[in-house]
Write a protein that binds this ligand. Structure first.
Ligand code: NDP
Length: 254
């Protein structure tokens, strides 16, 4: 046994919400490469199938169309995964949405949409899958928070997004404390600016804020975020719970 064996997930079943593109897909690939059977749980069935076709070249993979805001869909997902692959060992709560807008003009729909996907769904999925994990006295939950849960981004305002991610960080700590005696670890990663569909990161008008102000002077590729999620999912982090691992090229240092 070497230290690298602690990063393996052979025989484990991992669910990645929003695993059909962006950071979630990169995490799904990393977990598959580490040996896990990986479930892509997102809404777009076509994109789920495309991601699973790619993952299947690495190992067992399954697409389960899931709207994470819907508790019944999450329960159905858990039951399908358990029947097809076995009980869930790793849950990555990655699905998320972002909106920009000034707080005096953002409407309640915008607030509700961000909260229901980014925070309420993390609560629901953690409860639904956590029930099974606590019952088995084993499991690792990795939440995708954000550096936006720790600082205030500029110049584009997004109060609901920032609040949702701060909530994810604190929910991570709350569940970690509660479930530690039952052998379930709960951690989060807090990525900085990362190139995916959620962000118009290459727009020159944001360059000053999104690149020049990052100590590393660049944004991340999704593949650079994924290894941190793998670390928290695997036994490599067996004594780590309630942590928020910042992966931001140094942005939150200023
Ligand atoms: P993308 O927009 O590329 O991907 C978002 C994913 O979430 C998609 O797979 C989408 O699938 C899924 N999703 C959205 N709503 C739901 C829903 N209701 N039910 C199930 N799945 C859903 O975003 P990123 O990869 O950039 O973001 C992933 C996570 O990383 C998010 O939580 C985001 O907040 C966070 N993050 C991103 C950063 C960045 O700079 N990109 C920085 C910090 C954090 P589908 O539409 O098919 O359901």
């Amino acid at each position: 046994m070497t230290v690298l064996d602690l990063f393996r997930l052979d025989g484990k079943v991992a669910v990645v919400t929003g695993g059909n593109r962006g950071i979630g897909k990169a995490i799904a690939i990393a977990l598959a490469e580490a040996g896990a059977s990986v479930v892509v749980a997102a809404r777009d069935a076509e994109r789920n199938d495309e991601a699973v076709a790619e993952l299947s070249k690495i190992g067992p993979a399954l697409a389960v169309s899931t709207d994470v805001t819907d508790r019944a869909a999450l329960v159905a997902m858990r039951e399908t995964v358990t029947a097809e692959l076995g009980p869930i060992d790793v849950l990555v709560n990655n699905a998320g949405v972002g909106i920009h807008g000034e707080s005096l003009t953002l409407d309640d729909d915008g607030w509700d949409r961000v909260m229901s996907t980014n925070l309420d769904a993390v609560w629901k999925a953690s409860q639904v899958v956590g029930e099974q994990m606590v019952g088995r006295r084993t499991g690792s939950i990795v939440n995708v928070g954000s550096m936006s849960g720790m600082i205030i981004n500029r110049p584009q305002w997004h109060a609901p997004y920032a609040v949702s991610k701060a909530g994810v960080h604190h929910l991570t700590k709350s569940l970690a404390a509660e479930w530690a005696p039952q052998g379930v670890r709960v951690n989060a990663i807090a990525p900085g600016y990362t190139k995916t569909e959620i962000s118009d990161i290459d727009d020159p008008k944001w360059r000053h804020y999104w690149i020049d102000e990052v100590p590393m002077q660049r944004y991340a590729q999704a593949s650079e975020i994924a290894p941190s999620a793998l670390y928290l999912a695997a036994d490599a982090s067996s004594f780590v719970t309630g942590s928020v691992l910042v992966v931001d090229g140094g942005y939150t240092l200023w």
